[in-house]
Design a protein around this ligand. Structure first.
Ligand SMILES: [Zn+2]
Ligand SMILES: [Zn+2]
Length: 344
């Protein structure tokens, strides 16, 4: 079968590999649509500390059941499924606390086992038992189901930060994740969402996702602009969804009293963010780190998309054959694509 295999940082090859064989306890799916995630792009370029090479990447997975092992129950041929890539070990201390996103030992398709950038993928017993394989209902496309993965992380972050009715929310960084944050904050009842970016095209886009105000941080000081747009008060929740330490510092400076600052995006390894801790102290700010999501976030995100409460079609700007994955990476890096979906 055809697959995109990563041999090391910067060395991604499209090649023929053996089709996986079903054992009695696994299910084989034929991949239909698989998302190209920002984290895939980072891994393709720079590797990942947990990856086992050579590896088939791809963790935003949908497909059709084409073969089931003799001992497998609950799956039938022709069923369309979405596969969540978080498979917790259920044994480590974090799992004991039900903090699956912090599992010290998780299995991740596309990182620790072969993922979805291939014609077929095996769903081993661990995924069937401890992962989340959700059947795609009629009326929901594969492409829409793919968007569950990025939305899960956004959903989890806003649950943790408790974004709610009446909040003023700032989102810094308008990739697909930033745009999902805008849309989610509006759904949760934010009265004003302010979007900050350096690309004008992205700021225009942010308005279509519901941003009430936009600021180009290359042309204006985002801290004073947020203060101006909030009568000097600042924002209740600021989500930094980008890799900049400056943005993290500014996020703290633009917070309202008792505001919450979410560090959603990771920064370069070892980079330090300088903050005025007196602002945190006197204004009683809460700084919240965010990473990943748990099963409940994944399930709820899937439901939001399936019921069309959260519209995802406008994110999907490019659907490309798997062979054109390099083009997909370039389109995303240039900011031309919001979300690229690959078809093996
Ligand atoms: Zn992803
Ligand atoms: Zn665990």
């Amino acid at each position: 079968m055809k697959a995109a295999v990563l041999y090391g940082p910067g060395d991604l090859r499209i090649e023929e590999v053996a089709k996986p064989q079903v054992d009695p306890e696994s299910v084989l799916i034929k991949i239909d649509s698989v998302g190209l995630c920002g984290s895939d792009i980072r891994t393709i370029g720079f590797g990942h500390h947990r990856i086992k090479y050579p590896q088939i990447l791809g963790h935003e997975i949908t497909g059709m059941v084409v073969e089931t092992g003799g001992a497998v129950e609950g799956y039938s041929l022709g069923e369309r499924v979405y596969v969540s890539p978080i498979v917790p070990c259920l044994k480590c201390r974090a799992c004991q606390k039900n903090w699956y996103s912090q599992c010290e030992n998780f299995t991740v398709p596309g990182t620790t086992i072969p993922g979805g950038f291939a014609e077929y993928m095996l769903l081993p017993k661990s995924i069937l038992e401890r992962g989340q394989v959700i059947k795609i209902p009629e009326g929901m496309t594969y492409e829409q189901a793919v968007m569950t993965e990025p939305l899960s992380s956004v959903y989890a972050a806003q649950e943790n930060a408790d974004v709610k009715l009446g909040n003023i929310v700032v989102v810094i960084g308008l990739g697909p994740i930033g745009c999902m944050h805008i849309q989610t904050a509006k759904l949760r009842g934010a009265v004003k969402v302010i979007a900050i970016e350096v690309l004008d095209s992205r700021l225009e886009l942010a308005k279509s996702f519901g941003a009430d105000e936009v600021i180009n941080s290359n042309n204006a000081d985002p801290v004073s602009e947020v203060k101006r747009l909030t009568d000097g008060w600042g924002a209740d929740v600021i989500i930094s969804a980008n890799p900049s330490t400056l943005a993290q510092r500014q996020a703290i400076e633009m917070a309202a009293k008792r505001g919450k600052v979410v560090f959603f995006g990771g920064v370069k390894k070892g980079a330090l963010t300088e903050i005025d801790s007196n602002i945190v102290h006197y204004n009683q700010l809460m700084i919240i780190g965010h990473y990943g999501y748990d099963h409940i976030d994944n399930f709820n995100s899937f439901q939001l998309i399936a019921t069309k409460k959260f519209e995802v079609d406008q994110y999907i700007t490019h659907v490309l054959p798997l062979e054109e994955i390099h083009k997909g990476v370039e389109l995303t890096q240039r900011g031309e694509a919001i979300k690229v979906i690959l078809k093996p």
